[in-house]
Design a protein around this ligand. Structure first.
Ligand code: HEM
Length: 312
C-alpha cells in the first residue's frame, strides 16, 4: 500500500503551545476492549467537536497502543516493530520501562482545548482503563526546554517528516502508522544552574541564546547533540520530537516530557543506547547527570483508517 493513500494520525501536527499526555493501562474486565475500540472509532468526531469551537486552536489527538494489549484489543498480529519498552542500563543512568497500554497525545494552542478533549476521552473510557500518568505540558518562551535551551530545532522538515515517521511498504498491514516512545524526565535544577552557560552549552552541544550547533572541533562526544545524531550510510536518520516542559515550582518539580515519533523504534532505541550506555560504552550523555527518566513506554500509532474500521 502507498503511504500517501491512507490517512495517518496527526503525528506531525504543527507545534502548539499546550499539550496533555495521558498514559493508561487497560483493565481486565471483558467489556474494556469494546469500550476502547468504540472510542477509537469516535475519536476523530470528538476532536472535531471540541476543535471546531476554536478553529485557530489547532487541536489534535494521537492515540497509540502498547505491545502487551495489541492482539487482545484488535485481534490482529502486532505491527512488526512493536514490543515492550526496551530498557537501557548504563550503570550510572537507566532508561526504565513503566506500565502503559494506551497513550494519548493531545495538542492545541490553548490548554482549555486539551483539557476539554482529555476530559471527554477519559469519561468515554470510564472503567475500561486506569490512567497511570498524566502530564500537562506548556510551551516555554521561544521553544525552550525547561533547562533553557531551544528544543526541537533539528526535527525533520516538511519534506522529510513522512519518510522518517510513517511506516511504508516494509510492513504493509500497517503502512501509514508510526511508532512513538515517551519518557518523563525530572531535572536537578540546582545542579544544572550551578553550571556556567559555557558548561551547559557543552552538555547540549549547542549555544544557549542563539541555538547554534557547536563546531565539530569543540562539541564534546558526550554532549546530547553528539549522542543523538544518527547516521547510516552517510545519511542522517531523524526522529520527530515534540517535547514539552512541565512542572510544579512549589513542589520543586521541573520536567521534560520526551516524545519521539519514528518509522521504527530502532533509531529511537539507538539514541537511548547512546545516551544511557554511551558511545563508546561509558561515554554517556552528560545531560543525564541532571535529568532522570522516571517513565518509559513504546506505542504504535495506527493510521486513521484502522481506527475508523473498528466500529464496523
Ligand atoms: C531530558 C530530556 C531531554 C531534553 C531536555 C532534550 C533537549 C534537547 C535539546 C535542547 C536539543 C537541541 C535542539 C534540537 O535539535 O532539538 C535536543 C536535540 C535532540 N534530542 Fe533531545 N532532549 C531530551 C531527551 C532526548 C531523548 C530521550 C532523545 C532520544 C531518544 C532525544 C533526541 C534528540 C535528538 C535526535 C536531537 C537532535 C540532534 C541533532 O540532530 O543535532 N532527546 N534535545
Amino acid at each position: 500500500m502507498d503511504a500517501q493513500a491512507i490517512e495517518p494520525q496527526a503525528v506531525d501536527s504543527p507545534v502548539t503551545r499546550s499539550a496533555i499526555f495521558l498514559v493508561a493501562t487497560l483493565n481486565p474486565e471483558s467489556d474494556s476492549r469494546d469500550t476502547v475500540r468504540a472510542l477509537c472509532d469516535d475519536l476523530g468526531g470528538l476532536v472535531r467537536s471540541v476543535g471546531k469551537r476554536v478553529p485557530s486552536g489547532n487541536l489534535s489527538c494521537v492515540i497509540g497502543f502498547g505491545a502487551a494489549v495489541w492482539e487482545g484489543l484488535f485481534g490482529t498480529p502486532r505491527p512488526a516493530g512493536l514490543h515492550a519498552f526496551r530498557e537501557f542500563d548504563g550503570g550510572k543512568h537507566k532508561a526504565i520501562a513503566t506500565p502503559g497500554d494506551l497513550l494519548l497525545h493531545i495538542r492545541a494552542e490553548h490548554m482549555d482545548l486539551c483539557f476539554e478533549l482529555a476530559a471527554l476521552v477519559v469519561k468515554r473510557l470510564g472503567q475500561a482503563v486506569t490512567v497511570v500518568d498524566e502530564v500537562q505540558g506548556f510551551r516555554y518562551f521561544d521553544m525552550r526546554s525547561i533547562i533553557g535551551f531551544v528544543d526541537g530545532t533539528e526535527n525533520p522538515g516538511p519534506r522529510d517528516v513522512a519518510r522518517f515517521t510513517l511506516v511504508g511498504d516494509e510492513d504493509p498491514a500497517f503502512t501509514g502508522g508510526s511508532y512513538v516512545l515517551v519518557q518523563k524526565y525530572l531535572h536537578d535544577m540546582a545542579g544544572w544552574e550551578a553550571l556556567s552557560t559555557a558548561e551547559q552549552e557543552r552538555v547540549i552541544g549547542r549555544t544557549k541564546l542563539a541555538d547554534i550547533e557547536l563546531d565539530e572541533s569543540t562539541k564534546p562526544s558526550n554532549s546530547h547533540s553528539a549522542l543523538t545524531t544518527l547516521e547510516e550510510g552517510g545519511q542522517e536518520i531523524k526522529i520527530l520530537r515534540d517535547n514539552m516542559p512541565f512542572g510544579r515550582p512549589g513542589a520543586g518539580e521541573f520536567g521534560t516530557f520526551f516524545i519521539g515519533y519514528a518509522r521504527s523504534p530502532a533509531p529511537i532505541e539507538q539514541m537511548l543506547e547512546n545516551m544511557f550506555v554511551g558511545k563508546p560504552p561509558g561515554n554517556y550523555d552528560r545531560l543525564l547527570d541532571f535529568s532522570r527518566a522516571v517513565t518509559g513506554g513504546l506505542f504504535f500509532v495506527p493510521p486513521v483508517d484502522f481506527l475508523e474500521s473498528l466500529g464496523d
